[in-house]
Write a protein that binds this ligand. Structure first.
Ligand SMILES: [Zn+2]
Ligand SMILES: [Zn+2]
Length: 402
């Protein structure tokens, strides 16, 4: 069926290309941050409401800028879903190209819905509007609220632009972000320093311990931090010091091991100085584990449309990035795929140059190509029982390994 689906989906997505372009530009020209994507939310929900057969829930699960749109065939069957991101970055606009992610997923969902009707298929197509990817964990909020489980979602698909080669099997790092605080005691730093407890010394001791730890870490392990509070004045023993530290690793499992070692360094600072340590979890994302069975379909379609994605083994290596995404948490809750697509850009993501690149007509065309591949991947999973079984078996195996 792949070719028939692809023909239909391509024609469908091309027919709404200009509308998708105007949505993409509207989002791009109005960059909005974590959970404040009001213009994007309104633009997308309004548009989805105009599409026949789609039932739209704005501000889903009491998350103001999240939404859910459902296309139901009326016949019991698999539930395929797509995530749309639309948040921007502080000061540099859509430098992660989430406007393109949004239209690729919207196009894919609509095309899949239309195909269900055309080919008389059972099941449902769901589009999730997922805010706050840039550190806010919008998808985690939706997962925890039950948005995916309530809808009985079988698989989830999304994509991401970049400046490197196309990849069907993008893997990302797991990360955890922690606030570190030390509480000491003030004293006159010259007249009676022995009466004080130096919280900054605790933090510096921990920082140095981390620097030593870095010599024994594994490839892919990353530890970075900054000091947000370094005491009040040089003539007062510092009663308070604080910092934010980010730890990353190639998998959730490895992150647990590394984080335990990092925590020991913070405890060492407290032990050495007598300051009281407080660690507060801020946010963390799991690594993204791509589903290879879905990747095979997606790769075949993307290559038909002009990509040159290598074989699975090589794609898995080339598709690894040290960046993180909350799609990682999705990949531990259900089979997930997040192909990466290359847009023409001198600069990479999180640079203003990439924001410019994400606005071009060329980037739009590439995003729609990926939308077509996502739609066909979803439709194959929806209509091929054996494929859905293989996708799920692989997912279960992955959970055991991880
Ligand atoms: Zn980003
Ligand atoms: Zn991004």
């Amino acid at each position: 069926m792949q070719d028939e689906y692809l023909d239909f989906v391509s024609t469908y997505i091309e027919s709404i290309s200009e509308t998708l372009r105007s949505i993409s530009l509207k989002i791009h020209d109005n960059p909005e941050l974590n959970f404040k994507e009001f213009i994007a939310h309104e633009t997308l929900t309004k548009f989805m409401n105009t599409r026949k057969g789609w039932k739209v829930t704005p501000s889903a699960y009491r998350i103001k800028t999240a939404f859910i749109a459902v296309y139901d065939s009326g016949k019991k069957g698999p539930v395929i879903s797509f995530n749309a991101e639309y948040d921007a970055l502080t000061g540099i606009g859509h430098a992660c190209g989430h406007n393109l992610i949004a239209i690729a997923s919207v196009g894919a969902a609509l095309a899949a819905g239309a195909a269900i009707s055309k080919f008389n298929l059972p099941g449902k197509v769901i589009l999730f509007g997922t805010p706050a990817e840039e550190g806010g964990g919008g998808k985690i909020a939706l997962l925890n609220a039950g948005a995916y489980s309530d809808h009985g979602v079988d698989i989830n698909l999304i994509s991401h632009p970049g400046k490197v080669k196309d990849s069907a099997l993008v893997r990302t790092n797991a990360y955890v972000n922690t606030k570190i605080e030390y509480f000491g005691k003030e004293a006159h730093a010259a007249a009676a320093p022995w009466e004080g407890i130096n919280a900054l010394d605790a933090l510096i001791t921990a920082y140095n311990a981390l620097s030593v730890l870095r010599q024994q870490t594994m490839p892919g392990d990353i530890i970075q931090g900054h000091i947000t509070d370094g005491g009040a004045a040089p003539n007062i023993i510092h009663a308070y010091a604080a910092g934010i530290f980010v730890v990353r690793a190639t998998s959730k499992k490895r992150l647990e091991v590394l984080k335990a070692k990092v925590d020991k360094c913070f405890e060492a600072g407290a032990e050495a100085t007598g300051a009281k340590l407080q660690m507060t979890h801020i946010m963390g994302y799991d690594d993204h584990v791509p589903n290879k069975a879905m990747g095979r379909v997606c790769r075949a379609v993307m290559n038909k449309l002009g990509s040159n994605i290598p074989t699975e083994h090589l794609d898995l290596i080339e598709g690894a990035t040290q960046a993180s995404t909350d799609q990682g948490n999705i990949s531990y809750a259900m089979p997930s795929l997040s192909p990466g697509f290359r847009i023409e850009s001198v600069e990479g993501p999180h640079n203003p140059g990439f924001a410019e690149a994400a606005r071009t007509r060329e980037a739009h065309d590439v995003a729609l190509r990926v939308g077509k591949a996502l739609a066909v991947t979803g439709l194959e999973v929806l209509s091929d029982e054996d494929l859905l079984k293989a996708v799920k078996e692989e997912f279960e195996e992955m959970l055991k390994e991880h």
